[in-house]
Ligand binder design. Structure first.
Ligand SMILES: [Zn+2]
Length: 500
């Protein structure tokens, strides 16, 4: 049996967003349609702005290594990450743990073109969420001005009375205690332990660590928080003084520093291979005599299996830079982006053509509409029995369910992208975040001491160069920066770019 976890996220407004319950329902239906069993659900509620930490999301990423689920299902891809870079990094983490991401609302196929489509959809999600932010700002202003609760979950320490948020005194005491202790240097686990010893529990159990971290980062306790760049200060009564909140925030930030950064993500993990012994290249971190951290790709045969391979290690930044430059060069080749665009449009057409699900559902709904009409006529003509009433109710339920399914199917097809949009996306990606293209365009990188072969995936593979065929280019690459003398990458290296 295939298993999955659902991840749902809900930002600070609810009128414009699908509710958590709605997201879960759609994800569950989607899982059921694929015969996937849901084993875990992660929910981040009422997050604000762009600086949220998404504690449950982090937990989900962590749990993905435990082999309990093979898929993560999200309502839409924009639940998964708020920008392209973050998305690629997070998906890489899942992929490294053997977990695939599924979107209940967007139709994604597991082909290179499908993955390209996914990247583009993400790009658009980012754009749309910025556009939405503008709309939300206007629309929500009024409710906020009245200081009314806007729906969704309230943070621990508050409760809702009528349409107002009020302090839940006994819980607020714990919030104050956690802030004070943490600001004095206690660790979260110590705070949980002390609360436990005092018999203070959360739903009968010791406080979950995630919850406490969440509490310590929640600006709402200061009585004023930012929601999509707008300050809201009339909804949550103050529990924590601003100075205390800032002090705690600074300490949280300090403790987090250096743990996991973008730089430490090895984009070529599982893609780089030793040209001499064929083993994968592993990541290796070393500290130089001046205390600087150096990151390398090192042959697995040498590092782990001691097979006598003599391939020297390669500086991470250097290798990734070469690969990124190669991608940039290839995509800048005349006609390359046009070719990819053409392939993507073909993929999109195929999807739309093949998706007969909507048609089938519409047909079924027409049938039910007709039956409902018949019953309505019968009732008008005075023919009413217990069974008619029951039948009417059943049909109405079915009708509603079908309407929802049709909507889901229709939105899954998404709005067809135009040639111009796809081209624009690639040009932007090349300029702003070429690193993310490694994930989608590079199949394999084979390393020798004097040569690097970069093998592209298929979307470019059918663009053989007229003169050179599938060997797209060979060039000599020199690192831009001077690299430490012990590194083997100081000398010039030949870079060969191929496709399958
Ligand atoms: Zn080797």
């Amino acid at each position: 049996m295939k298993t999955a976890a659902i991840y749902a996220r809900y930002s600070c407004e609810n009128q414009t967003e699908q509710s958590i319950e709605g997201q879960l329902r759609v994800c569950q239906e989607y899982a059921a349609s694929l015969g996937i069993l849901i084993v875990e659900t992660y929910i981040d509620r009422a997050m604000s702005g762009t600086n949220d930490n998404r504690a449950e999301f982090q937990q989900m990423l962590k749990d993905s290594s435990k082999k309990q689920f093979q898929f993560v299902i999200v309502y839409k891809l924009d639940r998964f990450a708020r920008n392209k870079v973050e998305s690629v990094i997070n998906k890489k983490t899942l992929q490294d743990n053997g977990v695939s991401l599924l979107s209940a609302m967007e139709r994604i196929t597991d082909t290179p073109e499908g993955h390209m489509m996914e990247t583009i959809l993400e790009g658009f999600n980012q754009y749309f969420s910025e556009e939405l932010a503008q709309k939300v700002k206007r629309g929500m202003r009024e409710t906020r001005l009245k200081g009314l609760y806007q729906g969704g979950g309230v943070p621990y320490g508050y409760k809702v009375e009528g349409r107002k948020v009020v302090i839940d005194e006994s819980a607020a005491e714990i919030v104050r205690y956690a802030f004070q202790e943490y600001s004095k240097g206690a660790f979260v686990l110590e705070i949980i332990d002390t609360l436990h010893k005092k018999g203070l529990l959360y739903k009968g159990k010791p406080f979950p660590r995630n919850l406490l971290y969440h509490v310590l980062r929640n600006e709402k306790y200061t009585g004023s928080y930012k929601c999509r760049d707008e300050v809201v200060d009339n909804i949550y009564p103050q529990i924590i003084p601003v100075e205390l909140f800032q002090k705690v925030g600074a300490r949280l930030e300090k403790n987090r520093y250096g743990k996991r950064s973008f730089e430490a993500t090895y984009l070529l993990k599982f893609k780089a291979k030793c040209g001499y012994c064929g083993m994968p290249m592993y990541s290796e971190t070393g500290t130089a005599s001046n205390g600087e951290t150096n990151r390398y790709y090192k042959c697995g045969g040498k590092k782990k299996y001691h097979n006598g391979c003599t391939k020297s290690q390669v500086r991470k930044e250097y290798l990734e830079e070469i690969v990124v430059n190669a991608i940039v060069d290839e995509l800048n080749r005349p006609g390359a982006i046009e070719f990819i665009t053409k392939k993507l449009l073909e993929e999109q057409d195929e999807n739309i053509k093949n998706n007969s699900a909507v048609n089938a559902l519409v047909k079924e709904k027409t049938k039910i509409d007709k039956q409902l009409e018949n019953i309505a006529n019968a009732i008008q003509n005075g023919i009413v029995s217990k069974t008619t009433a029951k039948r009417l109710q059943d049909l109405e339920e079915q009708q509603e369910k079908l309407e929802r399914e049709i909507l889901i199917e229709q939105s899954r097809q998404a709005v067809p992208l135009t040639r111009a949009q796809i081209k624009e996306f690639y040009s932007d990606a090349l300029e702003m975040e070429p690193r993310m293209l490694i994930e989608y365009l590079v199949k394999e990188v084979i390393l020798y001491d004097d040569k690097i072969q970069i093998i592209f995936k298929s979307p470019i593979s059918t663009v053989p160069d007229e003169d050179r065929g599938f060997l797209l280019s060979v060039k000599y690459c020199k690192p831009k920066k001077v690299i430490s003398s012990r590194s083997s990458t100081k000398r010039k290296i030949m870079v060969e770019i191929r496709v399958e």
